[in-house]
Ligand binder design. Sequence first.
Ligand code: SF4
Length: 408
Amino acid sequence: MMMDDISNTTTGRRLTRAVRVGALTVGGSAPVVIQSMTNTDTADALKTAIQCAELARAGSELVRITVNTPEAAAAVPAIREQLDRMDVDVPLIGDFHYNGHRLLADFPECAKILAKYRINPGNVGHGRKRDEQFAQMIEIAGKYDKPVRIGVNWGSLDQELLARIMDANARSATPMDAIGVMREAMVASALESAAKAEEYGLAGDRIILSCKVSGVQDLIAIYRELSRRADYPLHLGLTEAGMGSKGIVASTAAMAVLLQEGIGDTIRVSLTPEPGGKRTQEVVVAQEMLQTMGLRAFTPMVTACPGCGRTTSTVFQELAQTIQNHVRDRMPAWRVEFDGVENMTLAVMGCIVNGPGESKHANIGISLPGTGETPAAPVFEDGVKTVTLRGENIAAEFVAIVDRYVAR
Ligand code: SF4
């Protein structure tokens, strides 16, 4: 019988230029980098440094901060100093709009300390001024040898460029619809700005591009096109993704399609934090996205069955939660160990139907007893049953087994 080879499901990573950002590399053969952004007032150096540290410790490998006022620009050295005191070496990215040229020129320490500048070509100015101000920012980036991200955003798209694309489209023999025009304007804005940056003297391996929109299909279409037309590294992110599960699902739906096609060198999951919610949630989601796709490994993955009528107690759900929290809490220590290596899996199963089989496939698995089964929980390590747990302390004993396995 002839069989199709289904061992390989990805199309391979698209080759991009490698861009250094601080001590990290974005693009080239580097793994997909996770980044996030603070929501503190940057002028409050201590508060911002604390949030940068939280994001970095959660796994954000780059952290972007708003630099919107002279006070914010003046605070950047103090933020770096605080982070150094906390022993957090995460590269800081400055997010500039409208007055970035002035802030970078007036605050050279800020310009020197930031590892990358994000420039939104739609917010640099208008007409001749726009070119001058953009050139000024690129010149400063060149002077301090900093990479830039040319970050186009649908909400602030360059209106002059959009009008030009609409005119050209109206004269075209095969005009695009309004969605096509918008997408083309986004791509053109990024590529024309990158070409200008190179014309003003910035090396091609100091440029990263992004084109953020809030629609899943728009994001996929735009990044496919960007990827087809240029080899700059691409920063992926669905902007204004929304709150809670909607934001997570929309971001994952869009980015997973692109990552599967090898498109994307760095990602941010932009979640609107729920009141009282943690800013670090977006970092956790980004890690889980990359890890569940098999692109990176950060922490042991917990597989748990959904439960059904065979599990009338909540013991196995509680154990799955305990294990999930345990590996997540331990993650900063384990991340280095697991990053870039094969996924480690932990299975927590609710009964005999799939429990032993799934547990044998995981590095470590436990099959809890379902309703009516003998109250015993066999534990499997690398496919072999090593012990059967019983009684009240199953959770604590299983956690200890996991720790011992990881230590080995
Ligand atoms: Fe239900 Fe058992 Fe399957 Fe879990 S493993 S979903 S408890 S049948």
